[in-house]
Write a protein that binds this ligand. Structure first.
Ligand SMILES: [Zn+2]
Length: 116
């Protein structure tokens, strides 16, 4: 029973999308991929799932590939994601005004004008 290999394939990719998937597969970051190809992350991961392409494990991109396939991330991907989240959080902590910070992250210690 000969089924043509093309029958189950998703629609053809644009040149930019094909490049984006190749970059993803070779471990480039989604930021680099978007900068080079104009393919946004949501499109990128949807295509990756459709074409059965995954980013290397142990990267944020690998984690996103697990997510788009409805899988639990593997250990290295979960670690990579956790690290990226922590970094992002640290960056936000530095740039957000104190009031926003309190609203978003809670205020663990109530400091009521004690020292002034
Ligand atoms: Zn993984």
């Amino acid at each position: 029973m000969a089924t043509p290999a093309t029958s189950s394939r998703p629609p053809a990719l644009t040149a930019a999308q094909a490049v984006a998937l190749a970059l993803l597969k070779h471990g480039h970051t989604q930021r680099t991929i978007q900068a080079r190809t104009d393919v946004t992350p949501d499109v990128l991961y949807a295509l990756a799932a459709a074409w059965d392409i995954t980013a290397p494990c142990g990267t944020v991109e690998g984690h996103a590939c697990h997510q788009v396939r409805d899988e639990d991330p593997c250990g290295p991907c979960a670690t990579a994601r956790g690290r990226a989240d922590a970094r992002e959080l640290a960056r936000k902590r530095k740039t957000l005004p104190a009031a926003v910070r309190r609203a978003r992250f809670g205020n663990p210690r109530r400091r009521q004008a004690a020292s002034r």
